[in-house]
Design a protein around this ligand. Structure first.
Ligand code: NAD
Ligand code: DAU
Length: 338
């Protein structure tokens, strides 16, 4: 597929900003439009070094605003749609914004797309959470969807809307379903950055429940490579799982973080469990493997590098913590160790 210009939604978030940086290296002449509302989760410092890049254009705006899309769509050949509300804990406290952004936002992007035949690809970023929890084995792409948080339910709505616009209106949709990403520029409300930055300051690490929950951790650059491959070789109308087979219990990751930072395990504090907390996510990613992708980063190396990044970029995350004290993590950040 020959792509000269691309629209990225949510490009100031964690994966979106890593993807823009990755694209710039791989495709230096690509014109990149970044449409981002700049919610609390965005960080314009993530792409500070792009300010003088003539082929990078930031547009502050909402994916639900069709008038902005009508200006941007004629200019691009492809769309990669990351924009979303992404934190499960927030979706439990205040689900409304998730439904509006994921469902109505994705609907607006798709509905507007009907008119623009110049756009050859709509790569929709879904998530492995839409399958729900699985005790044994792994979900292939054709598994029933069984989301269990307002976040994953909203993402399921968006995923199926994207598919329906392929099936009904023949829009050029591909769906990516990555597992838990980690790496640089991730917001400190999320598990790995929260635990690293709290540990760096000798603050408690709030581990939900018994810490037995398992996630499949995928290094963000491996995910970026998978997404680029889907842009190049993915089949229109198909969904692709992107996993790493790096399944770990939260307690084991917490112990790795304290050990790599040479801190004491007593920093780990067992706290009340997340409501409806999914025990284990696991996806079968044979389909994308057959297209020629597999993750390169070993988890221990990736975690060490991520820790190093947060150590070196204290200013970046201290600003985030100072500026954005959401109630559900403020209490853990501020609490003194007994
Ligand atoms: P993030 O929370 O770091 O960033 C989201 C970005 O979207 C922010 O820059 C925010 O300002 C923007 N945004 C939110 N609402 C918007 C709107 N209405 N209009 C325009 N911009 C808006 O997210 P992330 O962790 O980078 O996740 C990116 C995507 O990948 C999401 O769709 C998420 O569901 C999916 N995903 C994430 C992971 C993960 O582990 N982080 C794993 C699988 C899938
Ligand atoms: O699986 C993909 C999903 O991964 C993405 O779609 C979501 O956008 C992303 O936020 C992530 O969801 P999780 O709920 O898995 O990620 P989170 O970092 O919030 O939590 C990871 C695990 O750590 C989970 O089992 C809950 C636990 N946890 C989390 C926090 C924030 C804790 O034990 N303590 C915490 O303080």
């Amino acid at each position: 597929m020959n792509i000269n210009s691309i629209l990225i939604t949510g490009g100031y978030g964690f994966i979106g900003s890593n993807f823009i940086r990755f694209l710039r290296k791989k495709l230096p002449n690509l014109k990149i439009y970044n449409l981002d509302k700049l919610t609390y989760a965005a960080n314009i410092e993530n792409l500070k070094d792009f300010e003088n890049d003539k082929n990078y254009i930031f547009v502050r705006g909402d994916i639900k605003d069709r008038s902005i899309l009508e200006i941007l769509y004629p200019k691009v050949d492809a769309i990669v749609h990351f924009a979303a509300e992404t934190h499960v804990d927030r979706s439990i406290i205040a689900p409304g914004e998730f439904i509006l952004t994921e469902v109505y936002g994705t609907f607006t992007l798709l509905e507007t797309l009907k008119k623009y035949k110049n756009i050859k690809l709509f790569l929709h970023i879904s998530t492995d959470e839409i399958y729900g929890s699985i005790e044994k084995g792994s979900f292939p792409e054709n598994s029933p969807l069984n989301p269990s948080s307002p976040y994953s339910a909203s993402k399921t709505g968006a995923d199926r809307l994207a598919y329906s616009y392929y099936k009904t209106y023949e829009l050029p949709v591909i769906i990516a379903r990555p597992s838990n990403n980690y790496g640089p520029f991730q917001h400190v409300e999320k598990f790995i950055p929260l635990f690293i930055t709290n540990a760096l300051d000798n603050n408690p690490l709030p581990l939900y429940g018994k810490g037995e929950n398992m996630r499949d951790w995928l290094y963000v650059i491996d995910n970026c490579e998978a997404l680029l491959l889907l842009m190049e070789k993915g089949k229109i109308g198909e969904a692709y799982n992107i996993g790493a087979s790096n399944e770990l219990k939260n307690i084991d990751i917490a112990k790795m973080i304290v050990s790599f930072l040479e801190k004491d395990e007593s920093l780990i504090e067992f706290v009340e469990d997340r409501k409806g907390h999914d025990l284990r996510y696991s996806i079968d990613w044979t389909k994308i493997k057959n297209l020629g992708w597999e993750p390169k980063k070993n988890f221990e190396d990736g975690l060490r590098e991520t820790i190093e990044w947060y150590k070196t970029n204290r200013q970046w995350w201290e600003k985030v913590k100072r500026g954005e004290f959401s109630n559900f993590y403020k209490k853990y950040y501020k609490r003194e160790i007994q």
